[in-house]
Design a protein around this ligand. Structure first.
Ligand code: ZN
Length: 176
């Protein structure tokens, strides 16, 4: 009898998967729906990635010191090839993860509507699962649309919604 197939916790695929997924989805279901689908798939994938994040931890995530948690999160992404984050927790109600080399931001040409939709969902799913309550994420800046860095804001749904409102009003300074 064949042994049972064990699905590995994680696999490695080329970062090009983001571009391929986006292109195919946009062609089939349009830009708006594809953004939503990528975020939802990212969210579910991020939730399941919490298992890998927790692997080898002594105790629970909530018992970790804040600084240890964020250091582990930065390493979690960088050692998997996603890119390097700088964590900024100096704003009331909101945190920011900023990366100048984020893998989902494929930048062969600037697209003013681009965003790292999968990553936005992924980070939301991962943080929500780890912290045990909903964490909303909004990508406030993205290299793929010509910004210096990808800038993921996170916090409660209300805090992130307020930030979105501010971004809409305070027009992008890089746009004409
Ligand atoms: Zn981005």
């Amino acid at each position: 009898m064949e042994p049972p197939v064990v699905t590995p916790l994680e696999i490695t695929v080329p970062a090009w998967i983001f571009r391929a997924l986006r292109d195919e989805l946009v062609r089939d279901i349009g830009k708006l729906s594809s953004t939503k689908v990528l975020q939802q798939v990212g969210y579910r994938t991020g939730s399941s990635a919490s298992v890998a994040f927790r692997a080898g931890l002594n105790g629970t995530v909530l018992e970790m010191m804040q600084s240890t948690f964020w250091k582990r999160l930065v390493e979690f992404f960088s050692c998997r090839g996603w890119g390097t984050f700088v964590v900024d927790l100096d704003h009331p109600g909101l945190g920011f993860l900023t990366s100048e080399d984020w893998a989902e931001a494929v930048t062969d040409e600037v697209d003013r509507n681009a965003s790292c939709c999968f990553s936005t969902g992924f980070i939301s799913g991962l943080l929500s699962e780890l912290i045990g309550s909903p964490v909303a994420v909004l990508e406030a800046g993205c290299r793929a649309r010509g910004d210096r860095a990808c800038n993921f804001a996170f916090g409660s749904e209300q805090a992130v919604r307020d930030l979105y409102g501010q971004l809409l009003v305070g027009a992008d300074p890089t746009s004409p």
